[in-house]
Design a protein around this ligand. Structure first.
Ligand code: 5GP
Ligand code: ZN
Length: 115
């Protein structure tokens, strides 16, 4: 499995930087975003270092499917019952700040959002 010693999320995978974990298996880790945009804001990341969505190949289809299928399951575990948003930022124009692939999953009631 590839790791980048200078990558923030690789350090979180390795336990060198602490995180509030929500889920872990051999392929992925899910943890709470340090600056949540919603009452429940998880980041689902592959344990292997893949910088961006643009670096994915056909061999990663199963991994991406696994991440996508985890989103509703983890939201349910977190008590989110009324829907959630999933976002993957890619590259400078996509607003990506951390160059280790991650899926934002945001849920929970947002009283400040107008109906
Ligand atoms: P991006 O803009 O790359 O899609 O999102 C990166 C996300 O990582 C941001 O929402 C930011 O709050 C989160 N983040 C950055 N550093 C840390 C950290 O050290 N721990 C955690 N849990 N989240 C982080
Ligand atoms: Zn990494």
């Amino acid at each position: 499995m590839t790791h980048d010693p200078d990558c923030l999320f690789c350090k979180i995978v390795a336990g060198k930087i602490p995180s509030r974990k929500a889920y872990e298996d051999e392929r992925v880790l899910a943890f709470h975003d340090i600056h949540p945009w919603a009452p429940v804001h998880l980041l689902i990341i592959p344990k292997q270092h893949i910088a961006t969505m643009s670096d994915l190949g056909d061999e990663h289809a199963g991994l991406l499917g696994h991440m996508a299928l985890l989103a509703p399951r983890l939201m349910q575990e977190q008590g989110v019952t009324n829907g959630f948003r999933t976002v993957i930022n890619t590259g400078p124009d996509g607003g990506q700040e951390v160059y280790h692939l991650h899926m934002h999953v945001m849920g929970g009631p947002r009283p400040w959002v107008k109906a």
